[in-house]
Design a protein around this ligand. Structure first.
Ligand SMILES: [Zn+2]
Length: 217
């Protein structure tokens, strides 16, 4: 099987993220965490991001409110979603300024608008997308089979999106990682290059395909 970089989005969630971190620590598996900015106003949630980082997992920005994708928002509003979360992350932000847009699991021009793209380029951000979505957010019981099927069919390294959300899906995490490890899967600390369309502000192939025009004022 192909190597897999794991990422956990939409948290941190007190009562869920702890167990995810414990599984990763026990299995010595690296992962990335993309936090929703407004959640960091809860000190208990913020502590979980501090812990993830202290345990060696890179932490990134996953918008302030996780509302409509930024490609469907006004220019100023989209920039605010990024900027405000970077401010909330403060010293927890990686030097790489990792940012992951939300897109309902789909890739495309709905992910960013022109203002957001310009802000990310000017700020030297690194955009991290994905290529494997087992839909644990919608299918908390069935996602393990989907994840194993995706891993079994992969022909290139995967960046798999999971979610530390309180829907029960993460109860299966340890079992899924165990099955992947039994298949010899290597877990990557770095995202596969094809999932990084903007690196330190420099557009890579595929960046333009993530960007819509700003809507008319
Ligand atoms: Zn998300």
């Amino acid at each position: 099987m192909q190597p897999i970089c794991l990422s956990f989005d939409n948290g941190p969630t007190p009562g869920v993220t702890e167990a995810v971190l414990e599984v990763l620590a026990r299995r010595r598996i690296p992962a990335m965490f993309f936090a929703v900015g407004e959640r960091l106003r809860d000190p208990a949630a913020r502590k979980l991001v501090e812990r993830a980082r202290a345990e060696g997992h890179p932490v990134g920005n996953h918008t302030l409110t996780h509302g409509a994708p930024l490609g469907r928002r006004g220019g100023t509003e989209a920039v605010h979603e990024i900027q405000e979360t970077d401010a909330l992350l403060g010293p927890l932000r990686e030097p790489e300024r990792l940012f992951r847009p939300n897109g309902g699991g789909m890739l495309g021009p709905h992910l960013l608008n022109a203002s957001a793209a310009a802000h990310l380029r000017a700020g030297g951000h690194t955009v991290v997308l994905w290529n494997a979505v087992p839909r644990d957010f919608a299918d908390p019981e069935g996602w393990p089979e989907t994840a194993l099927a995706i891993a079994g069919a992969a022909t290139a390294p995967l960046l798999m999106v999971l979610h530390d959300l309180p829907n029960g899906a993460m109860r299966h995490l340890d079992r899924v990682l165990g099955m992947l490890a039994d298949h010899g899967v290597r877990f990557l600390a770095e995202p596969p290059a094809e999932c990084v369309p903007l690196r330190a502000g420099r557009p890579m192939p595929g960046f333009a395909a993530c960007v819509s025009e700003d809507p008319m004022p």
